[in-house]
Design a protein around this ligand. Structure first.
Ligand code: SAH
Length: 369
């Protein structure tokens, strides 16, 4: 049998993070281990947060050693960790191929949401989004997506996941860099790992997938995940949405809203969130607010009004507080909750649409020096 040292040298060990339960079972069966070992190892990785086999004290030492010879339990590296004045935390996460993505934790008093990235860069080029100015794109693997959740739990000291009650990391929003429905298979795999109740155990009701509107995938996500859905709507006419969210040219508003109407579980508890970025003089008139209300009629919905977060060179400005207030009042009077999203972590460029891997602006070498 290969020695641990030789395997490490050959880079031959396989990372277990990101394997589905079935894949983990197959990997362990490859070492002739019985099925119950899968449950044990899964528990150590996803419930206890073990990063070394030696920590798995319910396994005999020779078995731990054997597992370590063949497998690793990795975490993405953190190349930069920041905490904002409002306690929002942002991690610049570095993957082995040198690419980077960002993960943001937004704490509330007794809970908090982790904003997870699904791609490195984004192909959508929404004109108000900083990420769209980042050139380079690849899909994150399931392990890299789950890895973001695991490193946040590491940093928050939340292993094992709080039993019974929720820990501080109670919710996940797929609202980081990338379009989750353009990395469909890996997102589904990652969220199924996250939702496994014998592991990270965050339920589908506490996961929100935000999409710019990849219409054919919306029904798939309802079927395969059943998580909450958020739609980056941002405009009430196709003419404007074509400009703000170019994906609209492919899947115009009527098609998008039809997919929302068909999304499963559209009861009150499972309302669809419509995100609407407030751009001064562009989409923030009272007529726009009334048109928005007419558009979503019949869909159990809530509106999330997002004050535009500026970034260097952005061709937009944030709506005035007064315009936002008026807009919200109209939406509210029509019976929709319309919370204005308080910008979080703006001072560390962690707010919506501000994420962009620093490594692509400043070469890594320059930063290190
Ligand atoms: N691609 C997915 C996931 C990104 S979610 C989607 O489009 O939904 C990030 C949210 O922040 C989206 O609603 C996006 O439109 C919004 N956003 C992007 N840039 C922003 C900015 N500068 N200010 C405020 N919100 C922004």
């Amino acid at each position: 049998m290969a020695t641990l040292e030789a395997d490490i040298e050959a880079g031959a060990r396989r990372d277990l993070v990101g394997l589905s339960r079935a894949e983990l079972g197959a990997a362990l069966a490859g070492l002739d281990l019985p099925a119950f070992r899968t449950k044990q190892v899964w528990h150590w990785i996803y419930c206890r947060g073990a990063t070394e086999f030696d920590a798995m004290t319910t396994l005999a030492k020779p078995l731990r050693r054997r597992l370590a010879e063949h497998f690793t339990i990795s975490r993405p590296a953190v190349s930069k960790a920041q905490t904002a004045g409002d306690r929002t935390r942002k991690w610049l996460v570095a993957f082995p191929d040198g690419s980077e993505a960002e993960t943001v934790f937004i704490p509330e008093d007794d809970r908090g949401a982790l904003c997870v990235s699904s791609q490195v860069g984004c192909t959508l080029n929404c004109s108000f989004c900083h990420t769209g100015t980042q050139p380079w794109v690849r899909n994150l693997t399931a392990g890299e997506i789950v890895g973001q959740v695991m490193l946040a739990r590491d940093a928050l000291g939340e292993w094992p996941a709080a039993e019974g009650g929720q820990g501080l990391l109670s919710d996940i929003v797929l609202m980081g860099v990338g379009e989750p429905l353009y990395n469909y298979d890996n997102v589904v795999k990652a969220m199924n790992i996250v939702m496994d109740m014998e592991g990270i155990a965050i339920s589908r009701r506490r996961i929100t997938l935000s999409t710019a509107g990849v219409v054919p995938r919306i029904a798939d996500a309802g079927r395969d995940l059943g998580v909450r859905l958020a739609i980056s709507l941002h405009a009430v006419t196709d003419a404007l949405r074509d400009v703000l969210v170019p994906l609209n040219r492919r899947y115009p508003i009527a098609q998008l809203l039809a997919a929302c109407r068909d999304y499963p579980g559209g009861r009150n508890a499972r309302r669809i969130t419509f995100e609407y970025v407030m751009l001064r003089g562009v989409n923030d008139s009272e007529a726009d607010a009334r048109a928005l209300v007419r558009l979503v009629r019949g869909i159990p919905a809530k509106m999330n009004l997002i004050p535009f977060n500026p970034w260097p060179g952005a061709p937009f400005e944030c709506s005035t507080p007064r315009a936002i207030e008026r807009f919200a009042a109209i939406v509210n009077r029509a019976g929709y909750a319309s919370p204005v999203r308080t910008p979080r972590g703006r001072d560390i460029l962690a707010a919506c649409g501000q994420l962009k891997s620093a490594s692509l602006r400043v070469p890594a070498r320059a930063r290190a020096g």
